[in-house]
Design a protein around this ligand. Structure first.
Ligand SMILES: *Cc1c(COP(=O)(O)O)cnc(C)c1O
Length: 396
């Protein structure tokens, strides 16, 4: 199991190795990640099964096209999808899915943005709910696509979707997030409207795990392609992503991807990555997700209990994770401190070892997310909070 390895290694090795020593050896102090699966902190901790498989994969050469097809076939089976492709991260998957949708009706399916073979009259518009705009949608522009927004942050009507679709539409891009539900059209309805015009729907579900069933739910609901991050809840290589769904689109997508010398070549995945993400999907689907849920609850309970003894904070259980996943968090609010004082507190937590990174809320509080904590780290975090709160004397 990935989480637990760090402390276990530290406990059994005695004065020998501590998790993170390889980073310390070059002067980079590791961080306790209570923020969640953020790429900037390294995504997630790899399961031992995954790193062992990657090591084994590093010991022999293989034909990468054959390997990509075999891994895709296995991942498709495991995730109950028609086909699968491993991209260099979910954002690379977005680029490749855009390329496949732009070229869905051309003879060779290869995207060319320049040169004599460049085709100019291809559909390039990607319709997206305004509430679904994400920093990663830049990848659409990288493929020569253009975003067309529908609706507002608080509401979108089906007629707005219908009015936005045209022969210029390459696809609809949908970003499922439970907390946006009132502002957007349900996925199944979007698919019905788009499919009636022969337009595919790309679902960017990069952070929508758990539940594991989401690996097939979005495509079952009609999504033509669903994208997931390999380095978030799946605990695979951070440089991988999954594109799951329609076999014909996956086949088109592969024509634009590494190892071929096409536009997707800069986003390559290596043989170790391919074996690593396959091992991660297998491992993730076989995890005891109920036990994991109980572990998260216990870690959140620790902060509720910690907060009960203090007058300078109030702690509540927040039911949803940062990306709207059904994972609980502890939401810690400061009784009488400003947002600026909160920022000082978070900077202090991050500043000195054991360094702790937490996510600020929109007011004067912050969250602790359990899914990236090694069991036991919740105790280290509450002790550091004790010390930093005393130091800053933020009180009522
Ligand atoms: C994290 C995320 C991505 C990027 O995923 P990578 O695997 O890091 O490339 C894309 N879209 C959404 C919605 C995400 O949450």
């Amino acid at each position: 199991m990935s989480v637990g390895r760090g402390l276990a290694a530290a406990a059994t090795d005695g004065n020998a190795r501590r998790a993170g020593d390889i980073y310390r050896s070059i002067g980079v102090e590791p961080i306790i990640n209570g923020r969640s699966t953020f790429t900037i902190l390294g995504g997630s901790l790899m399961a031992l099964e995954v790193s062992a498989a990657m090591r084994e994969a590093s010991e022999a050469f293989v034909d990468l096209v054959e390997l990509q097809q075999a891994v895709g076939g296995r991942i498709a089976e495991l995730t109950r999808n028609e086909a699968a492709f491993v991209s260099g991260g979910a954002a690379a998957g977005l680029f490749l899915a855009a390329a496949a949708c732009i070229c869905r009706d051309t003879a060779d399916g290869i995207l060319r943005l320049d040169g004599p073979d460049r085709i100019t009259d291809l559909p390039r518009e990607f319709v997206i709910h305004r509430a679904h705009r994400i920093p990663y949608d830049l990848a659409i522009g990288l493929a020569g696509g253009r975003l067309v927004e529908i609706g507002t942050d608080s509401a979108t009507a089906v007629w707005e979707l219908e009015a936005a679709l045209s022969p210029e539409t390459a696809a609809v891009l949908y970003v499922p997030k439970a907390h946006l539900a009132p502002a957007v059209i349900p996925l199944a309805d979007v698919c019905a409207v788009a499919h009636a015009r022969g337009i595919p729907v790309i679902v960017d579900a990069a952070a929508q795990l758990p539940p594991p069933e989401n690996l097939w739910r979005f495509t079952e609901a009609g999504g033509d392609l669903a994208l997931f991050s390999g380095g978030k809840a799946l605990c695979g290589p951070a440089s991988t992503g999954l594109v799951l769904g329609r076999a014909d689109l996956v086949e088109r997508l592969a024509r634009n991807a590494a190892p071929l010398q096409r536009l997707g070549r800069p986003m390559k995945v290596g043989k170790e990555d391919l074996i690593g993400i396959l091992a991660a999907v297998d491992w993730y689907l076989n995890r005891d997700h109920e036990a994991l849920g109980r572990q998260y609850e216990a870690q959140v309970d620790h902060f509720l209990e910690w907060g009960r003894g203090r007058s300078d904070v109030s702690v509540v259980r927040e039911a949803m994770g940062e990306a709207g996943q059904p994972t609980p968090r502890a939401w810690i609010r400061l009784s009488s401190a400003s947002a600026g004082e909160r920022d000082t507190l978070l900077a202090r937590l991050r500043g000195e070892p054991p360094r702790v990174d937490l996510l600020a809320d929109e007011e004067n509080g912050f969250y602790v997310a359990p899914e990236t904590l090694v069991p036991g780290e919740e105790l280290i975090i509450s002790r550091r909070l004790d010390a930093v709160l005393a130091l800053l004397a933020i009180g009522p």
